[in-house]
Design a protein around this ligand. Structure first.
Ligand SMILES: [Fe+2]
Length: 452
């Protein structure tokens, strides 16, 4: 099994939790019923790229039984997991990451061949988990203003405590309130499975919207307790509506890529770099990327040996090698040196890091924008010897040739104004470097002054 090989090859060892965990048993803990409906890329009028499955996403489908939900919650709320994996990005929200290191149940559930078959069927393509750190990323909304208060309010038994909704809450339309939703975005990884661990009776919101090719929004209901949804979040632009009306909301998320050796994945570490332990994340990342490339090279080596005419198909070979070069480059660019990364995230702050694309939109309206951005790039005011200047030139050349640019915002043909280093760094999901470039250009200073 590929994933077991993947887990075994990692630089860290699995630490047995000391809590009282259930032993994962598909017969007890799963309650799978295939999704009643799948949304295809075609029906949403979306262009299917060569790296994509024809399936954009599914409606919610039952995955965990009542016993399974309780066992999962028990595993996540054991002391070892809470002590090592919890952080709080803002009051009322607790995030658990890397639980797979301390919970055998969580690891066994997500990596079980039956579970992998279920998510692969739902996505319409054989899937492999991206890397262990992306198993069971858990978002918890629970009462409490400190981590310890929130931890104390977690119970194995799902609670159904409703909040009285105001008339405004009932009228709430996430598509009309850009400030109150998780905005339109692409995920950092190609495929995602979102599993609900809380009661959702009485809840309003919590659904996902997919942007269709014609610009309208396709609503996908949020999952009920024990249910999951699959989404091709790396290729499909989507937004998640806020949930209202319940006190506790716990969802757990695992990210995937295609297992097929010839299908590239477009993963980025943008969303996780600021809060991950880079000394454990980077070994996982490089292991998965090199293994993926290794599988690909082995596949083509076998083909070349079996089909001598393929070795003379120069166009195909050139395309293949170009893709591998860019895959390796992306692998390297995503790994910003830990010391530099820490310095930049501390300097600008995490909220600013995540707001970088919005800040870029804002500064473009300034009268000084063009002159400062042009000067910054023409004079190479930012890290003049870095590899990113070569990347910028390559992107400018692609634009000249009318080729689409891929990146964290999907694949786009560039049109309109000049393409700056700011565009290049954001395309690669390097928000911290973008902010550093913005500061070198002088635009950051104007932004700060105008915001105060
Ligand atoms: Fe997402």
């Amino acid at each position: 099994m590929d994933l077991y090989r993947h887990l075994k090859g990692l630089a860290w060892g699995f630490v047995q939790g000391t809590g009282d965990e259930d032993v994962f048993d598909p017969a007890i803990h799963l309650s799978y019923v295939p999704p009643e409906r799948k949304f295809t890329m075609e029906e949403l009028q979306l262009v299917q790229s060569e790296t994509a499955s024809p399936i954009a996403g599914t409606v919610p489908f039952p995955l965990l039984s009542t016993e399974g939900v309780k066992a999962y919650r028990r595993a996540m709320f054991q002391q070892d997991v809470l002590n090592h994996c919890a952080s709080s990005p803002f009051p009322g929200t607790l995030v658990l990451r890397d639980a797979v290191r301390y919970s055998k149940f969580v690891r066994d559930f997500w990596t079980h061949p039956v579970t992998l078959r279920i998510v692969s069927e739902a996505a319409g393509i054989p899937l492999e988990i991206i890397m262990p750190t992306e198993i069971g990323h858990t978002n918890i909304q629970v009462k409490g203003s400190t981590i310890s208060e929130m931890k104390n309010n977690l119970t194995t038994e799902p609670t159904l405590e409703r909040v009285i909704l105001s008339p405004e809450d009932r009228e709430y339309d996430p598509l009309k309130d850009a400030s109150a939703i998780i905005p339109w975005h692409y995920d950092s990884y190609p495929y995602v499975c979102v599993l609900m661990l809380s009661e959702t009776d009485g809840m309003i919101g919590g659904e996902t919207y997919i942007k269709r090719g014609d610009g309208t929004a396709q609503k996908v209901e949020g999952p009920q307790i024990g249910h999951a949804v699959m989404l091709q979040g790396g290729e499909v632009e989507h937004l998640a509506a806020r949930a209202k009306g319940v006190k506790e909301r716990i969802s757990t998320i695992t990210s995937y890529r295609s297992r097929h050796p010839t299908v590239y994945d477009s993963s980025f570490m943008t969303n996780i770099r600021p809060y991950a332990d880079l000394n454990s994340l980077y070994p996982e990342w490089i292991t998965y990327r090199l293994r993926k490339l290794n599988d690909e090279i082995t596949y083509y080596l076998n083909r070349v040996e079996k089909e001598p005419q393929f070795a003379l198909d120069l166009q195909s070979l050139e395309d293949l090698i170009n893709k591998q070069v860019s895959y390796l480059q992306q692998t390297s660019r995503q790994m910003i040196a830990p010391g530099f990364e820490k310095e930049l995230v501390e300097r600008f702050g995490k909220p600013t890091y995540y707001a970088a694309p919005r800040i870029w939109e804002t500064v473009q309206s300034y009268s000084e924008f063009e002159i400062l951005a042009i000067t910054a790039d023409d004079k190479r005011l930012w890290l003049p010897n870095s590899v990113y200047w070569m990347d910028l030139q390559n992107s400018i050349e692609s634009i000249r040739l009318g080729k689409p640019l891929g990146g964290v915002f999907g694949r786009r043909i560039w049109g309109g104004r000049r393409y700056y280093m700011g565009d290049e760094l954001l395309r690669q999901g390097l928000n911290e470097l973008f902010l550093d470039w913005l500061a070198s250009s002088g635009l950051w200073k104007i932004y700060c002054e105008s915001e105060t």
